[in-house]
Design a protein around this ligand. Structure first.
Ligand code: ADP
Ligand code: MG
Length: 560
């Protein structure tokens, strides 16, 4: 600690590069500070540091990390505690560029596996970034001293000490995550695909703010006929709406809350923080939102179950394009989801291609089957469930055609939920028409293998160039991958990880199997077991764990 002070004094007023001398470890009173990487200039990516405390210093009770999910929730809580302490302790601006800026990466409304803070039996380690202070590119030691000797020790004392944390809140954070995980694990054996607990608050502040809507949010209440009561390890009994396997429709007038419910189901693959309102909205872990995504690239996907007989006899069993249409992109999205073992598809009419979803009687009479390449999803959705065990939840306010292929029809009426299955089914008998029979569906499970050459991360002089420009854009070697319409990707840390993971897969697994799905699974399993750190040669704290589906989505969107 005194060594750091002496070093700082000795480099005061020197050129910025002299900060490099600080690299190394320093024992402080009650924690260890390591300066892992020093930035090249005040405007560059801030320097990376780690703060370590022993388990004794942290004094976290053993039950707070006695299982995988508990440990993950504790890590999440502690990282958020550091972020709160940073807001209260860090002065911030201390010179030019990023001088004085201190950060830790945390999740939004979800609890994601990250590497910003790691717990093990012997210690806790937090990775932060610090903008080392400069005035006119000269070192200002006084300002750096204030960060290292006042601000950081205060942060550690406030956040990495169990005694000083809100224990009730901490416990609730863990127990809530554990309940959500448990609930999600139960779904399959209960023949359910999703569960929405009573009193959940589904609407969000806005399209770009994932926090709960503050005023006038109507709490969710399950209609009696769809209600079930489950028992959770911590919360005990909870009543809520059980969405069964099969085909479920969400109907209702415009602006009545249909998409909001579906959106909550999309996010139900993640655990949420207490107070989010969706803590007990869970869906099958392999649920995939599929939508139309015109202009996306498609490479070697068999979409013939949905699209065949394209003009000029284009082969749709190995369909590639640099510029998919609404319907072909939605078909590709579905087939890719199935190739990566999705068992629940979530579809919203708002983001679907109409000609992919439905074709009504009149249109079938006018345009004969031979002239229409599209087999609408309507004609496949039952088959998907019957023959492949794949369930679907569809928001469909605009067409009653889906009544006859549905098992359950849920109506949203002014944000209240009703079961209108019987009524919807009684309308089918009156109209008495059935979807036209089709050739049986085949799913070609051999997801196309990307040759390693296409996954080369080199760009120019750089052997490895992988960078996330926001959640939506991944730069990978020569490629710019657009993930803007991969809606279950929620955090830039996941996007970064996806980039590193593609490289990790290409290096270690691509040659081991012909199946992209199998290779990615092995790669992801290794990362889950050994931790996100294996993906980076440097110590960084900016990664968050994505699902298999989102990693695969990035690979499938590579342009050739
Ligand atoms: P739909 O898909 O049926 O057209 P949306 O789900 O888009 O409707 O919801 C319309 C609006 O109502 C959105 O602004 C949404 O935030 C709001 N909303 C949705 N559910 C609720 C609710 N339970 N309470 C209050 N407002 C809600
Ligand atoms: Mg809608």
């Amino acid at each position: 600690m005194e060594r750091l002070r002496t070093l700082l004094t000795s480099i005061n007023g020197k050129g910025y590069k002299a900060y490099k001398e600080l690299k190394g470890s320093y024992q402080f009173d009650g924690f260890r500070l390591t300066i892992d990487h020093v930035q090249g200039d005040p405007f560059a990516q801030p320097s990376r540091i780690t703060l370590q405390r022993t388990s004794e210093e942290l004094s976290l009770p053993a039950e707070f990390y006695s299982s995988k999910i508990r440990k993950l929730a504790s890590e999440d809580f502690l990282a958020r505690a550091i972020a709160i302490a940073i807001r209260s302790e860090i002065k911030g601006h201390r010179g030019i560029g990023k001088s004085g800026e201190v950060r830790i990466e945390t999740s939004g409304q979800q609890i994601l596996g990250r590497n910003a803070l790691l717990l093990d039996d012997t210690c806790v380690e937090a990775r932060l970034t610090v903008g080392l202070p400069a005035a006119g590119r000269r070192i200002v030691s006084k300002e750096a001293e204030a960060i290292f000797f006042q601000e950081l020790p205060n942060i550690v004392a406030q956040s990495l000490c169990f005694e000083h944390l809100d224990k009730e809140q901490f416990k609730q954070h863990i127990e809530s995550a554990e309940d959500q995980e448990y609930l999600r694990d139960q779904l399959r054996q209960l023949n359910l695909v999703a569960f929405v607990a009573d009193h959940s608050l589904l609407p969000r502040q806005s399209g770009i703010d994932d926090r709960p809507l503050q005023n006038n949010a109507v709490p969710f209440i399950a209609p009696e006929s769809l209600a079930c009561t489950l028992t959770l390890p911590n919360r005990g009994k909870v009543r809520g709406m059980a969405i069964s396997q099969g085909v479920s429709l969400i109907v209702g007038g415009g602006f009545h809350g249909k998409s909001t419910l579906l959106h909550a189901l999309e996010r139900g693959i993640y655990n949420h923080i207490p107070g989010d309102g969706r803590e007990l909205v869970v869906s099958d872990a392999s649920a995939v939102k599929v939508r139309a995504e015109d202009n996306r690239a498609v490479s070697n996907i068999d979409i013939s179950a949905f699209i065949d007989r394209l003009p000029f006899d284009r082969d749709t069993s190995r369909f590639s394009t640099e510029n998919a249409s609404g319907s072909t992109s939605q078909a590709a999205n579905i087939v890719e989801a199935l190739n990566h073992d999705a068992t629940l598809l979530l579809i919203d009419e708002d983001t679907s291609a109409t000609n992919f979803m439905i074709r009504d009687d009149r249109m079938q009479q006018l345009v004969s089957r031979e002239k229409e390449p599209i087999t609408p999803f309507l004609h496949r959705v039952r088959e998907l469930y019957r023959d492949f065990d794949i369930s679907t939840v569809i928001v469909m306010g605009g067409s009653g055609d889906y009544f006859e292929v549905s098992d359950t029809v849920i109506m949203m009426d002014a944000y209240k939920t009703a079961d209108v299955t019987l009524k919807a089914h009684s309308l089918i008998e009156k109209a008495n028409h059935h979807p036209k029979p089709e050739l049986p569906m085949m799913i070609n499970h051999a997801a196309p293998h990307r040759c390693v050459g296409q996954l080369n991360p080199a760009r120019g002089k750089k052997e490895i160039y992988i960078e996330a420009r926001g959640v939506d854009t991944l730069l990978y070697g020569q490629h710019e991958i657009d993930l803007g319409r991969v809606e279950q990707l929620i955090d830039i840390g996941q996007t970064r990880t996806i980039g590193l993971m593609i490289h990790f897969y290409a290096k270690n697994y691509a040659h081991k199997t012909n199946s992209l799905n199998a290779g990615l699974k092995m790669a992801l399993k290794e990362v889950e077991e050994k931790g996100l750190d294996i993906l980076s040669p440097w110590k960084i704290g900016t990664l968050a764990l994505p699902r298999l589906h989102e990693v695969a989505a990035a690979i499938h969107r590579l342009r050739s």
